[in-house]
Design a protein around this ligand. Structure first.
Ligand SMILES: Cc1cc2nc3c(=O)[nH]c(=O)nc-3n(C[C@H](O)[C@H](O)[C@H](O)COP(=O)(O)OP(=O)(O)OC[C@H]3O[C@@H](n4cnc5c(N)ncnc54)[C@H](O)[C@@H]3O)c2cc1C
Length: 275
């Protein structure tokens, strides 16, 4: 199928982009890397009358420190972030996660913020952002607000973003020296995860885990590893709590089963990981 006709706008500044979003409201869609949006236009799941292309806005193409967080602007592609020289030292979980996001070609166009905006429950970047307790920065002609990633994603492909808001950046808390692990189950490397588990050791016995692909958004929990079998019991309980869902890739039952098997292995890997 082909998309419905739309106008294409390529603003020269964030201010101009915000003015366009304010003018067109729900009729407008932000175009970043286009890796998810174009498919949705072709399938006519979305029918905007104007696309606002932000991909070439230099003021959004920055990776910088914002206090104790790494701020990634909305024009930064997934490959640029993956190849950022400080990634392994400052954000070891992202260094483990980003190679699983799509393929080299899709990462060359797809943006970090676009993945967060799209809010697929199987996506790796929103999972890592939520697991680390990151933030989403939203700007509109009305002002700027910052939301915790955990509050931003509201469900499958659903977020707290208003129609006139642009995600200008996401912020990942620096976790230098943290012990982390990430694994996913997908049909082929580069496919969306059927399930994904991230783990970051907070202190001796406390491990923060993030689970993708089982609920309608990333689920983040702290689990206490106070003896043999503690992780297994925790994931057994989580599998029932999160329930899982059926789609063309897997049944809810398979998702729960994969979570029970993969979850404890990821926690063990994080605990064994050299800091
Ligand atoms: C073959 C293939 C395999 C893929 N595999 C994976 C995978 O394994 N894991 C994964 O996570 N993703 C995967 N993807 C999706 C890909 O990573 C996309 O890059 C990502 O989901 C969206 O980023 P984008 O920059 O392309 O956004 P776009 O497609 O341009 O936009 C996606 C949505 O977000 C909105 N949006 C984008 N940026 C902003 C912003 N700054 N502010 C407000 N709204 C915004 C758009 O309006 C649109 O609704 C795959 C894609 C393809 C084509």
């Amino acid at each position: 199928m082909k998309p419905r006709r739309f106008d294409y706008a390529r603003p020269d500044s964030v201010a101009e982009a915000l003015a366009l979003l304010a003018e067109h409201g729900e009729e407008a869609k932000v175009l970043a890397g286009g890796q998810s949006l174009m498919a949705m236009l072709n399938l006519r799941l979305l029918e905007p009358t104007v696309l606002v292309d932000i991909a070439r806005l230099a003021e959004l193409d920055t990776i910088k420190m914002a206090g104790d967080k790494v701020e990634v602007g909305a024009a930064v592609t997934q490959n640029r972030f993956k190849d950022w020289p400080e990634l392994s030292a400052k954000l070891p979980l992202l260094a483990k996660t980003l190679p699983f996001v799509g393929h080299f070609q899709t990462r060359n166009k797809g943006t970090v913020c676009g993945s967060v905006a799209h809010a697929d429950p199987s996506s790796e970047i929103p999972l890592a952002l939520a697991t680390l307790g990151g933030e989403v920065v939203l700007r509109s002609h009305r002002g700027t607000r910052t939301m915790a990633a955990a509050d931003f994603q509201r469900g499958m492909l659903t977020t707290a973003r208003q129609d006139d808001e642009l995600i200008t950046a996401v912020r990942f808390p620096v976790q230098a020296g943290k012990r982390v692990a990430f694994r996913e189950v997908a049909r082929r490397h580069g496919d969306f995860a059927i399930i994904a588990v991230a783990a970051s050791v907070e202190s001796g016995e406390v491990v923060r885990v993030g689970i993708g692909g089982v609920a309608d958004r990333p689920a983040v929990r702290r689990i206490i590893i106070d003896g043999p079998g503690a992780a297994k019991s925790a994931f057994e309980a989580l599998a029932w709590e999160l329930e899982g869902y059926d789609d063309i890739h897997a049944s809810a039952r398979l998702r729960r089963d994969l979570l029970r098997r993969v979850g404890p292995a990821v926690v063990e890997e994080a605990l064994q990981c050299a800091a």
